[in-house]
Design a protein around this ligand. Structure first.
Ligand SMILES: C[S@@+](CC[C@H](N)C(=O)[O-])C[C@H]1O[C@@H](n2cnc3c(N)ncnc32)[C@H](O)[C@@H]1O
Length: 272
């Protein structure tokens, strides 16, 4: 972990302890969607879960892939891996290993996997998307598949980011250059960046969800999902208080727009 650690430090996972509670239903639904993207799970023998976090997708893979399949979970956060180990416990015995490190570090994990999965992790590698997709290609065996969901962009997410951004701008001392909108990809953008890094798109689509959620639930989810700050955050209680105040108070409601781009990408045979 060289250059990448700088990026990652700016998005520390302060809230590994509350991540599952805060993101629960959405996290499990997306994990199931990603695991279900693979057209032939019975043929998978070696799988990688990139940015496995607390193990929602890893657990799903252990259930869906054949018992002969070996699964590796990779994450840059030791705290998140601690929860993933506890979650997968006996189910993973003999067929699961975890690696602590960054996808962008070529030494953190080596190929060749016949399937790579990832949920809600690739957008944290912005702006290094070219490096990210090149690494993913190298980790795949020829003809191997990448099945992934990452932050999606649509007219509705642009509007949502603008609405929330206007209210929280500068509140926590965050760097405004780190507008989350920049991390988002449209289906076309994902196709372009994957293509120029040697991956062929088999399928790509956007899932957009809208829900009215309470301000406290949204703030908890937001903080547990990475937080809006770049430098040292204020204490969590203070951050909750500030964000809740800006977004309508503890009794308020917010029209949440959540979008993911889901994709199945293939590493063609005959490319290094
Ligand atoms: C929003 S969480 C998603 C966790 C899990 N995949 C899920 O579905 O709940 C994003 C995860 O990506 C990890 N992550 C971020 N950048 C990473 C990198 N460069 N390499 C490996 N993991 C990374 C974070 O530590 C975090 O655990």
């Amino acid at each position: 972990m060289t250059q990448d650690i700088a990026t990652v430090r700016r998005h520390r996972w302060h809230a590994a302890d509350s991540y599952d509670e805060a993101t629960g239903r959405l996290q499990r639904r997306n994990a199931a969607l990603v695991a279900g993207l693979h057209p032939d799970p019975g043929a998978v023998r070696r799988a990688l879960d990139v940015g496995c976090g607390t193990g929602a997708l890893t657990e799903e893979l252990l259930t869906r892939l054949p018992t002969a399949a070996h699964v590796t979970g990779l994450d840059v956060s030791a705290d998140m891996l601690h929860h993933a180990r506890a979650r997968t416990g006996e189910q993973g015995a003999g067929r699961l290993e975890f690696r602590h490190g960054s996808l962008l570090d070529p030494e953190a994990v080596t190929g060749a996997f016949d399937a790579v999965f990832s949920n809600a992790a690739l957008h944290w590698m912005y702006p290094r998307y070219d490096d990210c997709f090149t690494r993913l290609r190298h980790l795949l065996a020829p003809d191997g598949l990448l099945c992934a969901a990452t932050a999606g962009r649509s007219a509705a997410t642009d509007d949502f980011d603008r609405r929330v951004g206007a209210r929280v701008h500068g509140l926590l001392g965050q760097d405004t250059a780190d507008d989350f909108t920049r991390r988002r990809l449209t289906c076309v953008e994902l196709t372009v960046v994957a293509g120029r890094n040697g991956l062929v798109v088999e399928d790509v689509f956007l899932v957009e969800r809208r829900a009215a959620v309470s301000v406290p639930a949204y703030v908890t989810w937001w903080l547990a999902s990475g937080g809006p700050w770049q430098a040292d955050p204020p204490r969590r209680e203070r951050a909750v208080e500030l964000l809740q105040g800006a977004l309508g108070g503890p009794d308020g409601e917010i029209e949440l727009v959540h979008a993911s781009v889901l994709a199945v990408l293939r590493r063609p045979v005959g490319r290094d």
